[in-house]
Design a binder for this molecule. Structure first.
Ligand code: C5J
Length: 221
């Protein structure tokens, strides 16, 4: 077992049953000129997560531990995008509309792809998810069960939306979840801070959080 100095208390995991899950590090959310920035968001916050997420990926790749990437995407005909989702947000640029990097959040479009720094390596699992949570309407649950994964280490964006939703789904399914603090970001720093607090409140009601260095130190001990 590996034990990480985490909050609200130590997080222990068996590498044989643990995967890294990198949520939605997609060009449209993070890159200059993408969907997120076009809607007026400050992407500089999001870009801070790239280096730490890359370090985390390198750590897992060096150990040969499993890695899962997710993308928030929809089918070309939007049959998996409920109007209730599409009609909120900005009326000028909705999911499926033509944006600066192709159709917004549509599978195969350039903006829906994972940023080059974190691009999935051969053999890593990639999950296209139509919801905010990565378990809803995907095969993630079955894939993790087949591999007997019981602990998940999280990175990605945005902390308070897709990362938190997926952690809550995972927590309800019995996974032990650790979020690496520098490897997740939001357009809104106060939402990130509040989410980290929520996750570890009440004795770790959703899971644990830890700085990247605490994980690296535990792995290299
Ligand atoms: C994600 C979003 N990935 N905020 N999506 O968090 O809509």
């Amino acid at each position: 077992m590996i034990t990480v100095d985490a909050e609200p208390f130590e997080f222990s995991f068996d590498p044989a049953n643990t995967a890294l899950i990198v949520i939605d590090m997609q060009r449209d959310f993070i890159e200059p000129g993408g969907f997120g920035e076009t809607l007026g968001n400050d992407i500089s916050h999001m870009q801070r997560a790239i280096g730490p997420a890359r370090d985390l990926l390198d750590l897992f790749r060096a150990q040969g531990w499993p890695v899962v990437h997710t993308r928030e995407t929809h089918r070309h005909d939007l049959s998996d995008c409920p109007p209730a989702k599409r009609e909120r947000g900005s009326p000028s640029l909705r999911i499926g509309d033509h944006g600066p990097m192709g159709r917004i959040l549509i599978r195969g479009e350039p903006g829906a792809e994972i940023i080059p720094d974190l691009f999935p390596a051969e053999g890593e699992i990639v999950i296209d998810k139509p919801g905010k949570g990565a378990f809803y309407a995907t095969s993630l649950g079955e894939i993790l069960a087949e591999r007997e994964i019981r602990s998940l280490i999280f990175a990605g964006v945005t902390t308070e939306v897709c990362v938190q939703t997926t952690m809550r789904e995972a927590n309800d399914r019995g996974f032990e979840c650790l979020l690496i603090e520098e490897a997740t970001e939001s357009y809104f720093p106060q939402f990130k801070a509040a989410t980290l607090d929520m996750i570890r409140a009440q004795g770790g009601i959703v899971g644990w959080t830890a700085p990247l260095q605490a994980l690296k130190a535990a792995v290299n001990e």
